[in-house]
Design a binder for this molecule. Structure first.
Ligand code: KIV
Ligand code: ZN
Length: 552
């Protein structure tokens, strides 16, 4: 690595900046550029079918401005623009945006693509930065400004002949952030002189961070300065279009809105050239989690993710904000514990406010379910293990059982270095707390105590299978459990007692069963046993036997 190749860019500073004190209080105008900027960056650009699917998704989400393509540069884009008209897939609610460069033949092709659209935005761009002027175009400041002015004249004249479509204009000084601010302003003013916007028919001035070269605060200063210096502010919409080269696309767009921008261009999940365009999903849901209506609907996130992955033929990262498969999953034990307790508190309090640690958004809002919230691997604790057993199988383990089970699960996940499923945890639970060997309960009946002539049946007679051999045991006590424990003591000649006991119902209606959890003291040592049966006494007897089996 040769660091001497690099230097800090000349820093733009605007001491009169107002943005750091501002908050975002309402949603900007959104424009999706998935079908243009996003599509241009794909390994396998979308054909008609995938474009249509993406377009339909964008409309379903609620975008009212969509850059549908670059029809003068791509036949596929031209044909797609026509297809939307032919298939009657456009309406008054949509402003279809198309990109063009400033050449007469390109501009006539652009208008031809828009025939039949009720509303359209013709988006003109040319690059303005010193490096592009000098090295790419070989033109000076005056010539590059003239290029923009000529382009503006062409789109203005083209629109004049275009009676049935309500056309607005957009101009982008490409590579704006690397352009001298006074020059970017001068070019935009010259373009506006030609386009003559009005408050009723605003022109969009789009200020792209074509390549992100500074931290987000510098971009915000540039936007703040531009908004303060551009004329006809009431007749223009300031739009921002950030890319993510330094990983600050979202921050830059949010700060730009604080600095005065009205509109944001970006793509779903940030697909776009190099490190991508800004991610509109993150921006919109950031607003949502602050209680601000973004106007976009992401309530079926799994479907949106699936469609975007299909259209772009690129996967969305598991940790991508809001959309990734793992973003509502906690593996760490302390996180799981906090989530589990907080979800229970919220449920019990009946309050609507979402304030759950580690979960900035309610997964249900995005059609994601709690089952995926907690997953278990070696980093997890008893909270996660017991959460899964409860949510998937209805078992509400006492604390001591949770601790013991979690230790066993951790041994397994430490060894496997892998995740364990709820079914896997259930298997561990059954192995550890419900062993059926060497002793199994076959049947039991309550019997009177010896010499007791009353109706009371305080004795028990049980048939057990011990190492495959049927054996009958008898005992007496204050109730069936006590009598059963005494019967076991008599048979095994060991000190056996119940240290702790709890049970709850599982299932509902005619399928309801009882599950008993018993802490059994055998010769001064504690063993855990669980039993499940439709009869609650049998469930408890099975739990005692299970505890005994663990001890044997
Ligand atoms: O990144 C960019 O500058 C662009 C322009 C065409 C707006 O995509
Ligand atoms: Zn771009």
């Amino acid at each position: 690595m040769d660091i001497t190749q690099y230097r800090r860019p000349e820093l733009f500073r605007y001491p009169n900046r107002a943005w750091p004190e501002r908050e975002i209080t309402h949603a900007p105008i959104w424009c999706s550029v998935d079908l243009r900027d996003g599509n241009q960056a794909l390994i396998e650009p979308m054909g008609e079918a995938r474009k249509l699917k993406m377009y339909q998704l964008l409309r379903k989400i609620g975008f009212q401005q969509i850059e549908i393509g670059f029809p003068s540069a791509s036949q596929t884009d031209f044909d797609f623009a026509r297809l939307l008209v032919e298939k009657n897939l456009i309406d008054e609610n949509l402003e279809a945006q198309v990109l063009t460069q400033a050449r007469p033949e390109l501009i006539s092709q652009t208008f031809a693509a828009l025939e039949g659209y009720p509303r359209a935005i013709v988006h003109l761009y040319n690059s303005t930065s010193p490096r592009q002027r000098e090295w790419v175009f070989g033109k000076d400041r005056k010539e590059i400004k003239q290029l923009a002015v000529d382009g503006a004249k062409m789109i203005r004249d083209g629109a004049e002949k275009f009676n049935d479509t309500s056309v607005r204009f957009q101009y982008s000084p490409e590579s704006f952030t690397q352009t001298e601010m006074d020059y970017a302003l001068e070019v935009c003013e010259a373009v506006l002189d030609i386009l003559e916007p009005t408050p009723e028919r605003k022109t969009i001035i789009n200020l792209p961070a074509t390549v992100e070269v500074t931290s987000a605060n510098v971009y915000a200063d540039q936007i703040n300065w531009f908004c303060d210096h551009i004329s006809r502010r009431d007749s223009i919409e300031i739009s921002v279009h950030t890319h993510n080269d330094r990983g600050q696309g979202v921050a830059a767009s949010e700060m730009a809105v604080m600095a005065g921008a009205d509109r944001i261009e970006g793509t779903l999940f940030g697909n776009g050239e190099r490190t991508g365009n800004v991610d509109l999903v993150t921006l919109a849901l950031n607003l949502y989690t602050h209680g601000i209506d973004s106007g976009l609907d992401f309530s079926n996130m799994p479907e949106i993710v699936k469609t975007v992955e299909f259209c772009n033929r690129l996967p969305i990262h598991e940790r991508h904000p809001y959309g990734g498969k793992l973003v509502f999953t906690a593996f760490s034990g302390s996180h799981q514990d906090a989530i589990k307790k907080s979800l229970e508190q919220r449920r019990a309090s009946n309050k609507n406010l979402w304030d759950i640690p580690y979960l900035p958004i309610n997964p249900e809002d995005l059609n994601r379910s709690y089952e995926t919230v907690i997953r278990v691997n070696s980093q997890s604790g008893k909270g996660g293990v017991s959460f899964l057993l409860e949510s998937d199988y209805g078992y509400r383990l006492p604390r001591t059982f949770q601790q013991s089970l979690s230790r066993s699960v951790q041994k397994i996940t430490d060894q496997s270095e892998a995740e364990i499923s709820a079914a896997g945890i259930l298997e561990v639970f059954e192995d550890h707390f419900m062993p059926e060997e060497p002793v199994r309960l076959i049947l039991h009946q309550a019997v009177p105590k010896e010499g007791d002539n009353t109706e009371a049946k305080r004795g028990i007679e049980a048939e057990l299978m011990i190492n495959g051999q049927a054996t009958t045991i008898r005992g007496e006590g204050s109730g069936p459990l006590d009598a059963f424990v005494n019967a076991l003591q008599n048979h095994w000649h060991r000190s056996i007692s119940i240290n702790d006991y709890s049970e709850h119902a599982i299932g509902a209606g005619s399928d309801v069963e009882a599950i008993s959890y018993i802490e059994l003291d055998v010769d001064g040592k504690i063993f855990f046993g669980a039993g499940r049966d439709s009869d609650s006494t049998v469930a408890s007897l099975k739990a005692i036997i299970a505890g005994l089996n663990v001890s044997l």
